[in-house]
Design a binder for this molecule. Structure first.
Ligand code: NAP
Ligand code: MG
Length: 515
């Protein structure tokens, strides 16, 4: 009997034993910094001349690992190996494939703090954010394993006398998996394991800023006994091998999570038929967000302020679901704004190896300059209320920043900044607030803080986002509980962690036999 899916609990770091265990994990990871990581194609480890250094964004001088980089020839080899491995892997029964995921989840659970410590070091996540990322990775494997078990059962077709009819969900083929760096464990694991449990083989190109976490996860797949060639690990720059992987005629599908611009480019390239290509490629693309919290005049104002601060500044705003727009009813605007500013000024930013800091750095130099540029734009477009400058230390630290009185069409209200910046905008009434909330090209998450039942019901149908929350923050989706994905330029609404997700990596075949 299958045990019912339950979300992995978060660690309570206020307990001394948990704090100590995490410090030990950090020490273990520190003793392993700077090692080399190879490509893994068909189980073979391959070193290349060209290497990239992954650094700790909290401490730019600390090298996390040195990672071999695939070129096009190695990308070609990975696709060929994935294509030949598909022939055997697709024949493994679904429940047997699911067992690899359960095993990998069990191994990751045993090494939970160690993986979270890698997330602290390579991605600059606070202990709590890292712990949640690892828990989500475990959840994805447990959840998709169960979904595959379900998909493998006999499906309830309408039965007619004299004929035996059966529907099977069969895999697609070789998938290119391109995850982002901001959930470098959870999203990478979810995208990869969903594809393989459904019977596909994968070429995994991790994000360039967080390849070491992905390399560590490859160890887990090997320990779990996943056959060589099912997941082929090809770190490399997206701009160098990305197009090649996407355009390859043996590529059957692309599973992408990342920015709007890269997603649109992949969509265009994937649509074009290439010589020798026998199918239309499928694209699952989860992209950016520009997420709003609406604060109504009849609501718990403290809850509203807490929700805005947690959603805007957790992991320094580097979540697709992060709140970057606070749309507040004019009656309570000053109160909510002042309380948010007060709470924001108390937040501390620094090297998250130390758990006393609320949040850490942004991911790299490029993000750092881009966010500081947006802060300068914000100073033109609104009134700076908190932050607005870099933080102290040898990392990419930026102070949590609040702008007030921003026009709904201002750039900082429309463009994804992906950093610790929130813009406040005043609404005349609830309808006006909804109109502003829907005025971006994105449609990922949003929240409404209100006690007015009619307003909540109106938002339920009219606030056009894939994940809408009432009276809580707009971040922190849980696998199985909040299937996740957005509308419009936020992507193809795949609803990761939901009951329909695995279908995206399958095609249905019906066999009818006259008896
Ligand atoms: P990104 O720059 O688009 O990169 C995402 C991935 O695409 C990386 O692995 C990147 O590789 C790769 N890539 C870059 N150029 C490519 C190309 N021409 N062909 C193929 N692959 C290419 O996004 P990011 O900065 O990592 O992540 C942040 C973005 O992800 C934000 O927009 C955020 O909202 C979005 N996001 C969305 C969700 C969601 O569920 N909707 C979840 C998390 C994040 P390199 O690292 O080598 O450039
Ligand atoms: Mg790095």
């Amino acid at each position: 009997m299958q045990i019912e899916f339950k979300n992995e609990p978060f660690t309570n770091f206020s307990l001394p034993e948990n704090k100590k265990a995490f410090q030990e994990a950090l020490a273990k990871v520190e003793s392993e910094l700077g090692r080399e990581y190879d490509l893994i194609i068909g189980g073979e480890r391959i070193k290349t001349e060209k290497k990239s250094r992954s650094i700790n964004p909290s401490n730019k001088d600390q090298v996390i690992g040195i990672v071999s980089q695939a070129d096009q020839a190695l990308a070609e080899k990975a696709i060929q190996v994935a294509a030949s491995t598909f022939e055997s892997w697709k024949a493994v029964p679904g429940p047997a494939r699911a067992r690899y995921l359960y095993k990998a989840a069990a191994i990751l659970r045993r090494r939970k703090h160690e993986f979270s410590a890698w997330l602290v070091k390579e991605a600059g996540k606070s202990w709590a954010e890292a712990d949640a990322d690892t828990a989500e990775a475990i959840d994805f494997m447990e959840y998709y394993g169960r979904q595959m078990d379900k998909l493998s059962e006999r499906h309830p077709l309408t039965r007619i006398p004299g004929e035996d009819n059966e529907l099977y969900y069969i895999p697609l083929g070789v998938g290119i998996v391109i995850p982002p760096w901001n959930f470098p464990l959870a999203i990478m694991v979810g995208m990869t394991t969903a594809a393989i449990v459904a019977g596909n083989t994968v070429v995994l190109k991790p994000a360039s800023t967080t390849p070491v976490i992905a390399a560590k996860f490859m160890e887990i797949l090997e320990d779990a006994g996943v056959p060589a060639g099912v997941v082929n690990f090809v770190p490399g720059s997206g701009s160098e091998i990305g197009d090649f992987l996407v355009e390859h005629p043996l590529t059957r599908f692309i599973s992408f999570t990342g920015s709007r611009d890269v997603g649109l480019r992949i969509n265009e390239l994937a649509a074009k038929h290439r010589p020798g290509q026998k199918w239309m490629k499928r694209l699952v693309a989860e992209m950016g967000g520009k997420d709003s919290i609406i604060v109504d005049n009849d609501c718990d104002l403290e809850l509203a302020a807490q929700a805005i601060v947690a959603s805007a500044f957790g992991f320094s705003g580097q979540k697709c679901s992060a709140c970057s727009r606070a749309i507040v009813h004019q009656d309570v605007y000053e109160q909510v704004l002042n309380r948010v500013v007060e709470l924001t000024q108390k937040l501390t930013v620094g090297d998250v190896t130390n758990p006393d800091f609320y949040t850490g750095p942004v991911i790299d130099e490029k993000a750092y300059s881009k966010i500081l540029e947006y802060i300068e734009i914000g100073k033109q477009e609104g009134k700076l209320m908190a932050g607005g400058e870099k933080g102290e230390g040898n990392g990419f630290f930026i102070k949590p920043t609040v702008f007030a009185d921003v026009d709904p069409n201002a750039r900082i209200m429309q463009e994804e900044i992906f950093g610790p910046v929130v813009a406040f905008c005043k609404a005349r009434d609830f309808d006006h607030a909804l109109e502003i909330a829907n005025n971006t090209e994105y449609g990922l998450t949003g929240s409404v803080i209100s006690r007015n039942r009619a307003h909540l019901e109106k938002a339920r149908t009219e606030f056009h986002v894939g994940n809408l929350y009432f009276n809580r923050k707009c971040t922190g989706a849980l696998v199985g509980v909040h299937p996740f994905g957005g509308f419009n330029m936020s992507g193809t609404d795949s609803k990761a962690g939901g009951p329909d997700y695995l279908l995206l990596f399958t095609q249905a075949k019906v066999v009818s036999e006259l008896l």
